[in-house]
Design a protein around this ligand. Sequence first.
Ligand SMILES: [Zn+2]
Length: 147
Amino acid sequence: MATHRLDPSNLERREDWEGNNAAFACPVCDKVFIVSGLIHHGRRPCPDCGQSVGYCEGGKIAGGQARIEWPDGEGAGPEANLRLMAALKLFEVGRISSGKASEIAGLSKAEFLEVCGRYAVSAFNIPPADLEAELRSDIDAIGTGTS
Ligand SMILES: [Zn+2]
């Protein structure tokens, strides 16, 4: 399991912690959800994907602990999320190719194009010359081993 602990003095943008209630961003599906010591008894799986589990044990001021755990390899944590967002933006404005963007995001090209769909980033903002080159290399890749 991968773990991310909330640091009460340095919460990230989509995290929060008040008393024994903490909010996490799910590293697997990106959903932001609350874990309450009172309502959830300090433990709650992500309500969207069910793959990550948030814990809030004890209060923020009382030296408690808030953390989220998720399966290794699933999702990537806040840093990888930033890399993905940067890759999406650079790709969207045409600064980098989909191949370069998927490399930055740490995904395969197919996975990256799927993520583009999820974030409503058009996969067809590629200059015609680059598009031709990309299609050619894709066709070559598909063709390899089938002749
Ligand atoms: Zn989730």
